[in-house]
Design a protein around this ligand. Sequence first.
Ligand code: TXA
Ligand code: MG
Length: 362
Amino acid sequence: MIEISPSRLPTQSKPSLIFPATDETIARAAALLASSHLVGIPTETVYGLAANAWDPVAVRNIFAAKSRPPSNPLIVHVAGIDRLDDAMQWPPSPLVQKQLDAIIDLWPGPLTVVCPRSSRIPDEVTAGRDTVAVRVPAHDVAIALLEACDFPIAAPSANRSKYISPTKAEHLFGQSGLGEYISMVLDGGPCRWGVESTIIKLGDEVPKMLRPGAVSLAELARRFGVSPEAMLQNEVAAENRGEPASFSAPGMMREHYCPTTPLMLLSTGQPAIECIETEPGKRKIARIAFRALSADEASRYFAVETLSTSGDMLEVAHHLFAALRRLDAEGLDMIHCDTCEPVGMGHAIMDRLQRAAARTQG
Ligand code: TXA
Ligand code: MG
């Protein structure tokens, strides 16, 4: 992979606000959150921009920092399943309880559920909806921070709206970073999964998948005893077919995760060399490869990021957003990116890549 030396880091970089997570820095982060500040936090999926979820002033700053439309609600994080009532309506209806029972052991983990909200959650978090998105993250630092707070934490991915989600602490600064809005960032190392949590909506006879992630559609359908196809029959699917914008998953915009450099997805088996030769004026083309390329193919590119030598989709997801960010800082004419079967983690990868390429591919 290309390594960018510190001297080439963008000038807005503020590494002085990034602290290794220790008992002392976690306590400081909890105190900052309690006084309406925003803190960057690691989770097992991506880094989040955290605020006290019960504090409307802090929550409004999240929207300002990200330039996020106020109509796009936030995910609320709680320390454990015994704290779900901090965010969800409690007790839940019998149907929601039954559906929660089917997935509860997946927490802590990369799964978010949308269900009726607690009256303690302000309208700013839910964008005025009567539902709230909730998850228990599986990251020691995030859990330690939640345990040090006597409130739940609202945290979207810590990127500017529509840009690539951050998977390392330094991504919160620099190109398209959140700079001046952040009081501190807890560094918990690179995120394990590298793509955001799976989101499902409970409360209908068939729960609906709103966003694919590390918890697969097949696994969820098996647990709910429904067909995977039925879980996908929702407004997000309609929006992806170009039908009117979704109300049930407002954040699933067709254009999202977009690098500023044009991004072209290569169909499986498509000879990339042909693609390069059809773009004769464009010399600086980089390639994101999901497995090792032949020396001949690699030599045609200005730069190559190999996300996995063996085509392992967990490795690909883990490295994908960081590679897109690195290449996007290189002033390239175009990025070519491999594609994969949209199953398991491949489903989440292709969902993100199709949105990332939407601006280029029309
Ligand atoms: O992995 C993750 O989920 C990360 C980490 C930080 O936890 N967070 C994350 O948040 O990806 P964000 O804000 O980037 O994505 C949250 C998605 C958005 O698409 C939003 O529209 C949707 O969740 N969402 C939140 N509340 C909702 C609700 N009440 N109904 C439907 N969709 C909701
Ligand atoms: Mg996001």
